[in-house]
Design a protein around this ligand. Structure first.
Ligand SMILES: [Zn+2]
Length: 451
């Protein structure tokens, strides 16, 4: 058997085992894995570096059409590629129009097909006025639905109150689809926010006070109850409080189908870091206290999470710096797609001894399953797309702004010292990134959801 390419002497991280061996690629797919040498006309000696499946990031905002001055598909997918993210699942909001009907979906697909370097799937939005559009969105190929339980004060993507959420979840269940929710209690958040603003508060701590852990917990409990009543499968995005996991596990015991994610910033930064760093680290829900952070890590290491995603939510420098004097004014979102894998590799694998297979599960395998892209994506196994990330675990390096490929290269992880560096990224068996150089142009493929 003659293969197109063989990657030799890598630590191959498969779902069932990690072992040193060769990986063969033919026609863009993984064709063989072996502890014995495999032959091809072209081969690359990896010299014991780690081979991970390409990351599947379930939660990214590229903000195009409409707000491509924040990021856009070209920059966003480039940042993804440099960070080892070979598949993105892109959110329906921050783009204008938001992806809440078929026309908006088609507009986004055509832009993404033209500009994205990496493969992509798309979330559809469920907002206050598109219940009747959910079926056509599902048929047109969205991967899942996303709704907000809290008002974002962004008129292009309205949040959904409980009654409508109930109706929407019934409809989404009927369509055989699932719903991702941003869970913070609207009434509690806005009552507190208005109280703080009335008192003239503009400091960083006010942001933390406006969006407290119990507000997230209350919304998660509500979402779980609605999921039980409507039998709608649920995905909870960017979970930041460990205590919510008990509620989720109790719901699972009652038959509720629910998955959940957290993000590197909740694991690696605290509320005190937010006070120190400022607007750059503003996000919603906000960063939590050290005790919760420690407990989140314990739960991640105990394999209680489904996945870790970036919640990549970029903006301009100006939209962050305007929050220096008035924290309410700053954009709430962290530019994080490129640092997702490097930060998790260093903080989880190197620092906390997370097994490589567990990292691959959290960043690739499980998100691919949630997005119904499994077994094509998210695994190192025969027949899967040859989307691969090669990591040299021995390299110490520092995150520099110049390394970031986002349109506005800012991140709370700039200056972080990490161990383990991405040396190469392959998509569909082709070398895309080679030692921090983009070496190929390609067009990512739309991974259309089934319905
Ligand atoms: Zn988000």
């Amino acid at each position: 058997m003659q293969y197109d390419l063989v990657l030799k002497n890598g630590i191959l991280v498969t779902p069932s085992a990690s072992f040193r061996g060769d990986l063969a690629i033919s026609e863009g797919k993984i064709a063989a894995l072996s502890q014995e040498p495999l032959k091809a006309e072209t081969s690359i000696d990896l010299k014991g570096q780690i081979v991970l499946p390409g990351v599947v990031d379930l939660h990214v905002h590229f903000s195009e059409p409409g707000r491509d001055y924040w990021e856009g598909w070209a920059n966003g997918s480039r940042a993804a590629a440099f960070g080892g993210v070979t598949t993105v699942v892109e959110m329906p909001l921050n783009a204008i129009p938001a992806t809440t009907n078929v026309a908006a979906l088609k507009q986004k697909v055509s832009l993404a097909e033209e500009k994205s370097l990496v493969d992509f799937a798309l979330w559809g939005g469920f907002v206050d006025n598109n219940l009747s559009e959910l079926e056509s969105l599902a048929k047109e190929g969205i991967m899942g639905f996303k709704a907000f339980m809290v008002d974002t004060r962004d008129t292009s993507f309205q949040f959904v109150e409980e009654d409508l959420l109930f109706e929407g979840m019934k409809e989404i269940a009927r369509l055989g689809q699932f719903l991702a929710v941003h869970a913070e209690d609207n009434a509690m958040v806005w009552e507190k926010t208005q109280q703080l603003q009335k008192a003239g508060r503009k400091d960083r701590k006010a942001w933390l006070e406006a969006r407290q852990p119990e507000m997230e917990l209350k919304a998660i409990q509500k979402a779980l109850r609605l999921a039980k009543e409507t039998k709608c499968p649920l995905h909870i995005v960017h979970l930041s409080i460990p205590e919510a996991i008990d509620a989720i596990q109790a719901a699972r015991a009652e038959g509720v189908k629910v998955s959940f994610e957290t993000c590197p910033h909740y694991l690696c930064l605290t509320d005190q870091d937010f006070i120190d760093i400022g607007p750059e680290a503003k996000c919603a829900p906000p960063l939590r206290d050290k005790l919760r952070q420690d407990m989140l890590w314990q739960r991640v290491l105990a394999a209680q999470f489904d996945c870790i995603s970036s919640d990549h939510s970029p903006c301009t420098f100006e939209e962050k710096s305007c929050g220096e004097q008035d924290i309410w004014a700053a954009w709430g979102g962290i530019t994080g797609i490129q640092t997702l894998l490097p930060v998790m590799f260093s903080e989880a694998v190197i620092k906390r001894n997370m097994p490589l297979q567990q990292l691959a599960y959290l960043l690739s395998e499980r998100p691919a399953q949630i997005a119904k892209l499994w077994p094509r994506k998210g695994r190192i196994g025969v027949g899967a797309d040859a989307d691969l990330v090669i990591v040299d675990p021995a390299v110490d390096w520092q995150v520099h702004q110049t390394w970031l490929k986002s349109k506005h290269p800012h991140s709370p992880f700039v200056t972080w010292q990490l161990k383990g560096k991405i040396s190469q990224v392959f998509t569909a068996g082709n070398l895309l990134i080679d030692r921090d150089e983009l070496v190929m142009q390609r067009r990512g493929q739309w991974l259309k959801g089934e319905s």
